[in-house]
Design a protein around this ligand. Structure first.
Ligand code: R2B
Ligand code: URA
Length: 304
């Protein structure tokens, strides 16, 4: 595996324009730095947990309230701080933000810009905050329900960078994740009832053709082509396939923020394409990355 280049000096923002703006609207989060006292609201944030689904991230926020033994007084509940927008949900449980990112790189990328700006306005320090993506994926040769901790993220043709068309040019942003954090997460996972493995993650721009499915609305390849592609990827160390890890790894690396991607596998893509596991089993599987991250956070905060 390629050695990570030295992380750039931690800095949520690499944009001099923001410092010169006295009003900054985080449009998709329905927050801004004038109406909202972002320092008061968020300066104590130490962990930001991202996941695709709004309801899953709401559940995770309440789970963290229990795990961190936070006291909600009678009549109090957590509210969606971004409730003024229906793009993402954002909850805060003590030092933990739980936020939904929708599906795919474009949706995550918009959110990531606004979360990094939010933490900047709140006065947080990049090297004091850790980001997690807790999500779902299709596995390669793994029992469904296994959690994959991504050691690297690559695109659909196995390249370790995210490409963004910027000013008419393709700019490549290298995607790197933190090996020390991954090892700590693997250790923590051993104390849970969740099976976790380290592996490379393929991040695609599409769920169907991008992931070599045979069951999309279009399919111009054979089952043999599909299997040859997936087996080739598997032989090169790809353990799972999803749709955001590349952006997550690239943007956190660019900001100098420590991050990890933990995705449970919902099926073995070497055996099929359709996700038809009963809802209750799937719910339990989806809680597994949450359990590992919650244990890690508790350990860091010294909570038993
Ligand atoms: C995992 O699941 C979603 C597609 O079903 C996508 O957001 C991803 O990465
Ligand atoms: N998410 C994906 O992107 N792919 C899968 O196969 C399952 C979940």
């Amino acid at each position: 595996m390629m050695e990570p280049p030295p992380s750039p000096l931690p800095n949520f923002l690499r944009n001099p324009n923001i410092k010169g703006m006295d009003h900054d609207v985080l449009y998709h989060l329905a927050l801004d730095n004038k109406t909202n006292n972002l320092k008061e609201m968020f300066s104590d944030v130490k962990f930001v947990c991202f996941g695709g689904s709004p309801s899953r991230m709401k559940k995770f926020a309440f789970y963290m309230v229990d795990e961190l033994k936070l006291k909600l007084t009678a009549g109090q509940t957590l509210c969606d701080i971004s409730g003024g927008s229906d793009r993402y949900v954002l909850y805060k449980a003590g030092p933990v933000i739980s936020v939904s990112h929708g599906m795919g790189i474009p949706s995550l990328s918009i959110l990531m810009h606004e979360i990094l700006k939010l933490l900047y306005h709140a006065g947080c320090e990049p090297n004091q905050v850790t980001f997690f993506r807790i999500g779902t994926s299709g596995g390669l040769g793994l029992d469904p329900g296994t959690v994959v901790i991504s050691e690297a993220a690559v695109d659909g043709i196995l390249r370790p960078y995210m490409e963004i068309a910027t000013l008419g040019m393709i700019i490549q942003h290298p995607a790197f994740l933190n090996p020390d954090l991954n090892n700590e997460l693997l250790e923590v996972a051993k104390d849970t009832d969740c099976k976790a493995v380290l592996g490379k993650t393929m991040c695609t721009y599409d769920f169907y053709e991008g992931q070599a499915r045979l069951d999309g609305a279009f399919c111009d390849y054979s089952k043999e082509d599909k299997m040859a592609f997936l087996k080739r990827a598997h032989n090169r160390g790809i353990a799972n396939i999803e749709m955001e890890s590349l952006c997550f790894a690239a943007m956190t690396h660019r900001a100098g923020v420590k991050s990890a991607v933990l995705c449970v596998t919902l099926l073995d893509r070497l055996k099929g394409d359709q996700i038809d596991t009963p809802h209750d089993i799937m719910e339990e599987w989806q809680s597994r990355p949450q359990k590992i991250v919650a244990s890690y956070i508790k350990k860091k905060l010294g909570i038993q």
